[in-house]
Design a binder for this molecule. Sequence first.
Ligand code: HEC
Length: 133
Amino acid sequence: MKTAFPALILSLAGIPLLVAQSSNIVLPQDKGPNTIDVGAYPPEMQKAYKLFSAKCSKCHTIARPINTLMTRPEWERYVKRMMHKPNSGISDKQGKEIFDFLIYDQTNRKDKNPKAFFRALSDEEIQKLKTQQ
Ligand code: HEC
């Protein structure tokens, strides 16, 4: 009984569920800054930033999208990919709002200083990282 007890506590706390939902790989951009100064962004973008911060930090650090460079088609594909992951909790409408924010932020912050950010990994590179673990 002694050994079964901690496992029971963990499962009551929902921990195995959280582990199952999270992205198990660590990417370089996870270690970068985890906030954006949106003080000068238009009000609707400041609002969308809050939605983005709440929704896109569920499975990995919010630093990951904050520090990743993508083109418009790449972001479009990526937001859909994230929305379609099991239990993403992101509706179509919320996905669109977050996409608009990511494009605004890409154009007005990242594109001005691309060296400060990380390029997105290819599907092959991600697959390789996943199988290494
Ligand atoms: C349900 C879990 C989940 C949610 C919610 C989620 N992600 Fe992800 N994300 C992942 C996983 C898992 C990966 C690793 C790659 C893969 O499996 O597709 C990832 C990878 C990424 C990457 C890395 C791309 C690269 O190539 O370096 C970015 C950027 C990203 N997510 C952005 C977002 C954004 C933006 C949102 C909110 C719209 C979001 N994520 C919400 C699970 C999630």
